[in-house]
Design a binder for this molecule. Structure first.
Ligand code: NDP
Ligand SMILES: O=C(O)C1=N[C@H](C(=O)O)C[C@H](O)C1
Length: 263
């Protein structure tokens, strides 16, 4: 039985993760980290029935007092990093969905995990389809070095580009010869028009109400284009990946960055 703490329980992902934990007999929710506690039970806050677990505003207090195996971290970048680090320091294995961590932060967490010999999974996208989109894009980039990534999300998203777009670009970089795309003399009439530059490829972030999480990776070469596209139409799409990660994190003693390394 894996004892689980969820950080961000009232969020769009956190509330879905609570249902996931409740629906599996090998997992038990033992506490939540929620910044708007006010002494209320989670059942009162999240309108989730049959829930009676302690809620902590202070993550350190939670990790010191609660006997837990795994932290499922689904908050915001700055807080998420602190929670992840502190969890490992308390012997609790993080499964991190929160995006927006820097390369330096991921390196720091990797160092800590190896030193403490504790597992941690950081997955910018838990949807299996999105992971396949990234892998297919990595394959295609061997043959098509010209590529633009267009990610589209709801307008409550804090980080840009999305964690998925960053991970896609990193994976493409592994199989693509560096190429500075576009015309050598091109100029932006309005700053940002050509998107972010990652290793010469371009990343564009769209933020609109009505969107959930979508990404297109468009490759171009003379006379043809190839588009690899994924859409998450609701947050249930991420839950299978979270379940996989909670199983895997108990077996490892390092940081795994990316669900493609778990599948
Ligand atoms: N890896 C993946 O597959 C996916 C990752 N994500 C990522 O997961 C994270 C959460 O996404 P989502 O659920 O959509 O976001 P929401 O905004 O719906 O939820 C975020 C939660 O974090 C809480 N929070 C905000 N600030 C703090 C803080 N300082 N301390 C503690 N808790 C805090 C919020 O509380 P409050 O209500 O008080 O603001 C809320 O409960 C994001 O980083 C997102 O990019 C999202 C989808 C899939
Ligand atoms: O904030 C979101 O919603 C999502 N965030 C992740 C990301 O930044 O890639 C995963 C998914 O795209 C949804």
């Amino acid at each position: 039985m894996k004892k689980i703490i969820i950080a961000g329980p009232r969020g769009k992902m956190g509330s879905e993760a609570i249902k996931l934990v409740q629906s599996h007999e090998d997992m038990r929710l033992v506490a939540c980290i929620d910044r708007k506690n006010n002494g209320k039970k989670l059942a009162d806050i999240a309108e989730l029935p049959n829930l009676d677990v302690p809620i902590y505003e202070d993550a350190l207090e939670c990790f010191s007092e609660i006997d837990a195996d795994i932290l499922i971290e689904l908050t915001i970048p700055e807080q998420g990093y602190k929670h992840t680090k502190a969890a490992m320091e308390h012997g609790i294995r993080p499964v991190v969905g929160t995006t927006g961590f820097t390369e330096e932060q991921i390196d720091e967490l990797s160092w800590l995990a190896s030193e403490r010999k504790i597992g941690c999974i950081i997955a910018p996208n838990f949807a299996i389809g999105a992971v396949l989109m990234m892998k297919f894009s990595q394959m295609a980039a061997q043959y098509f070095p010209d590529v633009d990534i267009i990610e589209k999300h709801h307008d409550n998203k804090l980080d840009a580009p999305s964690g998925t777009a960053v991970k896609t670009a990193e994976m493409i970089k592994e199989s693509r010869e560096y190429k500075k795309q576009g015309h050598a003399d091109e100029k932006e009439t309005y700053p940002g028009a050509r998107g972010a530059d990652y290793d010469g490829m371009r990343i564009h972030s769209v933020r609109l109400p009505g969107l959930v999480a979508h990404q297109e990776v468009i490759f171009g070469s003379p006379g043809q284009t190839l588009t690899i596209k994924h859409d998450s139409i609701n947050r249930a799409s991420f839950m299978e990946g979270i379940k996989l990660a909670t199983d895997k994190v108990m077996e490892i003693q390092e940081v795994i960055y990316g669900l493609e390394n778990v599948l």
